[in-house]
Write a protein that binds this ligand. Structure first.
Ligand code: CP
Ligand code: NVA
Length: 319
């Protein structure tokens, strides 16, 4: 064991988590195992103030419920403190350079989390910060979400390798991080989108290269019913992401055939786990009824943001 309580061969201290590619399959598994241990501690009433005296700076360019609350509660449970910096507080991109923000926060905080529009902003932050930087969602990736998703699937299915996930909707930040995460754990994924909304081509190629080494596949499709036959996991996200509000009306028409509903559940595996990163637009990407079936794990998934990110902060931020 190393000082973070994790396996001796896994040491993430001082590292950034900007993309799923920042962790190896072994490191990802260790984050999930640590998340399970921390969750068991919380459920058993055992405290674990392993980040006592440490501070997380949280920068938000976009709104948030889960990300803000899970990081803030997570730091409290770990004995540390989190500072919320709203878009109007530091005016990222307008008041001073990202480099200077990173350098200043590094002098006072032990960890930095940033939710941004352009992925280059959080990448720039990581380049200049001298403390770990965590991507709390960018237009390209949402890696913290995928830690919680994988923890949730493993809780329900007991395993990840060998499963088949179908993601239906926009080829967006969540889809991109899911493609990497699935490939890393040996779970095949089919990303089903309307024509023209497929995921980023470079991420498709890079995640396929990882999948090849882990005995699984990353596929794309435009045919949701066909792709979902026998699926173990059905996942969706909003059709218009934060920053795409002006496209929302047009997208409702284009994406209508890509809804998770009773017809789709009928073709997936009987035990298929239903996931949604939330916030949800019921009646659009998922029906309310589908979200409330016993197969739905969407609120476990939301809760696991807390446990998974605590594991991440412990592993990146411990002395
Ligand atoms: N899933 C997620 O990141 O939720 P928030 O946007 O509320 O943080
Ligand atoms: N794709 C969504 C995820 C929200 C958690 C967005 O970026 O708005």
């Amino acid at each position: 064991m190393n000082p973070t309580g994790t396996q001796a061969n896994v040491d993430l201290r001082g590292r950034h988590f900007v993309t799923m590619q920042d962790v190896s399959p072994a490191e990802l598994t260790e984050i999930l195992d640590t998340a399970d241990r921390l969750k068991a501690d919380v459920k058993a009433g055992r405290s674990h103030p392993v980040l006592a005296g440490k501070t997380l700076g949280m920068i938000f360019q976009k709104p948030s419920l889960r990300t803000r609350v899970s990081f803030e509660v997570g730091m409290t449970q770990l004995g540390g403190h989190a500072i919320y910096l709203a878009p109007s507080d530091i005016k990222l991109g307008a008041r001073e350079t990202t480099e200077d923000i990173a350098l200043v926060l590094s002098r006072m905080c032990d960890l930095v989390m940033a939710r941004v529009f352009g992925h280059d902003v959080v990448a720039d932050m990581a380049e200049h910060a001298t403390v770990p930087v965590i991507n709390g969602l960018s237009d390209l990736e949402h890696p913290c979400q995928i830690l919680a998703d994988l923890q949730t699937i493993r809780e329900r299915k007991g395993t990840l390798a060998g499963l088949h996930m179908v993601y239906s909707g926009d080829g967006n930040n969540v889809a991109h991080s899911l493609m990497f995460g699935s490939a890393q754990v040996g779970m095949s994924i089919t990303v089903v989108t309307p024509p023209g909304y497929e995921p980023n081509a470079a991420i498709l190629a890079d995640s396929r290269a990882i999948a090849e080494g882990n005995g699984c596949q990353v596929n794309i499709s435009n045919d949701l019913m066909e792709a979902s036959r026998g699926a173990d996991v059905l996942y969706t996200d909003v059709w218009a992401s934060m920053g795409q509000e002006d496209e929302a009306a047009d997208r409702k028409t284009v994406f209508a055939p890509y809804q998770i509903n009773a017809d789709l559940l009928a073709v997936a595996d009987d035990d298929a786990v239903i996931l949604h990163c939330l916030p949800a637009h019921y009646g659009e990407e998922i029906t309310y009824d589908a979200s409330r079936t016993p197969n739905s794990a969407i609120f476990d998934q939301a809760e696991n943001r807390l446990h998974a990110q605590k594991a991440l902060m412990v592993m990146l931020g411990a002395d």
